[in-house]
Write a protein that binds this ligand. Structure first.
Ligand code: AMP
Length: 358
C-alpha cells in the first residue's frame, strides 16, 4: 500500500472536464496535478500546476510525465493499453490496466460481469453477416447491436426492431467486431458511483436515477425512485464489480431496473469519475472527485451521504451561453467547464440543485 500525502503530485491522463474537476478536488486537499493531454487549450490545463501536450503514443513524453508524479490516473477509459503500460512502468497507475482492458471491450466487459456474478442483458458476439444471422437467431428482437470498442453516447449502436433494421447493422458497426444484446424493457436507468481505496475499503454513493436524451445524459436525480431493496442490491452489485477488478479509485456502474421484478441489469462500467456522479459536488458530503483523489492516494474514504434531494442537469452546446436564469436561482450551483466552442451536444457545464434535509 503506497499512501501519497498532501503535497504530492497526481498525474491525470486526459484534460477534459473530468480531469479539470479532479484537479480542483486535488488542489482542495493540497495536491498538485500534472495533466497529460494531446489537445492544446484543454479545460483541465486552466486549473492545474503542470501540463504536457503530447500524443498518447509519445513514449518519451509519457515516461517523463510518469516520472514527475507520485501516482497517475485517467479521466477516460479509452487510454491505449500501451500508454497505460508505459505509465505503469514508471509510476503507480490507479486504477490499473485490468479496469481499462475490461471496459474498453463490450464483450470482455459482459464476460467479466457475468463471472463476477452480476446480471447483464443476454448477448452474442458477431463480426460478419453470417455471425450476425447466427447471433440474431439466439437473441431475437428487439435487440441492440453495439460495436465492441469505442462506442459512446449511442455511437456505433443500432436498435433492431424490424427486418429492415437488421439489414443496416453492419453499416452501423462498420464491419468491426460487435455484440448483439437483448433489448431490456427497463422502467428506469440508474447508476452507482462507488469508490475502492488502495487499502481495499469500499464506499458507494446513494443511487442516482438517470434520464438520457438522444443517448446523452440529461439529468440525474437523487434519491432514485427505487425501493430500499433495489437501492441496496444496486450498491452490492457495484461493490462486487469494484472488488472483482481489484479496483482503486471511483468507478461508475450503469444499470437498468425492471420495477415489477426488482431486476437490476448492468449495462456498462466506466473506470473513472462519471457524469452521473456530478450531483455529489454540491449534494453529498464528499464529491466523487475528492473521493477518487482520496482512493488513489490511499487516504480514508469520505462520507458518501447525500445532503438532501438533488438534481443534476447537463448544459450541452449553446445551453452554456444563457446562464443568467441559473445565476439568479438561489438554489442552483453552476459549473462551467471553461470550454470555448459550444458545439451541439458537447458537454459544456452542469447545474446542481440541492433541497437540503434539515
Ligand atoms: P450504452 O452506449 O451501452 O450506454 O447505451 C446507451 C443507451 O442506449 C442506454 O443508456 C440505454 O438507454 C440504451 N440501451 C443500451 N443498451 C440497451 C439494451 N440492451 N436494452 C435497452 N436499452 C438499451
Amino acid at each position: 500500500m503506497t499512501r501519497i500525502n498532501p503535497g504530492g503530485t497526481i498525474g491525470i491522463m486526459g484534460g477534459g472536464q473530468l480531469g479539470r474537476m479532479l484537479a480542483l478536488a486535488a488542489a482542495q486537499l493540497g495536491y498538485k496535478c500534472h495533466i497529460y493531454c494531446p489537445e492544446e487549450n484543454s479545460p483541465a490545463f486552466q486549473v492545474a500546476d503542470q501540463k504536457t501536450v503530447a500524443a498518447y503514443e509519445n513514449e518519451v513524453a509519457l515516461t517523463e510525465f510518469a516520472q514527475s508524479v507520485d501516482v497517475a490516473t485517467y479521466e477516460f477509459e479509452n487510454v491505449p493499453s500501451q500508454t497505460a503500460a508505459v505509465v505503469a512502468a514508471n509510476t503507480l497507475l490507479r486504477p490499473g490496466a485490468k479496469a481499462l482492458a475490461v471496459s474498453q471491450d463490450r464483450l470482455v466487459e459482459k464476460q467479466f460481469l457475468n463471472e463476477a456474478g452480476v446480471e447483464t442483458a443476454p448477448y452474442e458476439a458477431f463480426h460478419t453477416a453470417e455471425d450476425l444471422q447466427a447471433a440474431f437467431k439466439k437473441i431475437g428482437r428487439p435487440s441492440v447491436a453495439k460495436t465492441r470498442r469505442f462506442g459512446y453516447d449511442g455511437k456505433g449502436q443500432k436498435l433492431i426492431k424490424t427486418q429492415k433494421d437488421l439489414e443496416v447493422v453492419l453499416d452501423v458497426t462498420n464491419n468491426t467486431p460487435a455484440i448483439l444484446e437483448g433489448f431490456v424493457p427497463f422502467d428506469r436507468e440508474i447508476s452507482v458511483i462507488v469508490a475502492r481505496s488502495a487499502s481495499g475499503d469500499v464506499a458507494a454513493f446513494p443511487v442516482g436515477e438517470n434520464v438520457h436524451t438522444n443517448h446523452i445524459l440529461d439529468t440525474t436525480d437523487v434519491p432514485a425512485t427505487v425501493s430500499d431493496r433495489v437501492e441496496a442490491k444496486a450498491k452490492v452489485m457495484a461493490t462486487k464489480v469494484a472488488n472483482a477488478l481489484d479496483y482503486v479509485g471511483v468507478v461508475g456502474v450503469e444499470m437498468f431496473v425492471i420495477d415489477s421484478t426488482s431486476q437490476i441489469i448492468v449495462n456498462e462500467i466506466a473506470p473513472r469519475v462519471h457524469n452521473s456522479g456530478h450531483w455529489t459536488m454540491d449534494g453529498a458530503v464528499t464529491s466523487q472527485f475528492e473521493q477518487h483523489i482520496r482512493a488513489i492516494c490511499d487516504l480514508p474514504l469520505g462520507n458518501t451521504g447525500a445532503l438532501g434531494t438533488v438534481r443534476m442537469k447537463n448544459l450541452l452546446g449553446e445551453d452554456i451561453l444563457d446562464l443568467d436564469g441559473y445565476f439568479a436561482d438561489p438554489t442552483a450551483s453552476v459549473h462551467h467547464y471553461g470550454k470555448h466552442d459550444p458545439r451541439p451536444g458537447r458537454k459544456m457545464g452542469h447545474v446542481n440543485w440541492v433541497k437540503r434535509q434539515d
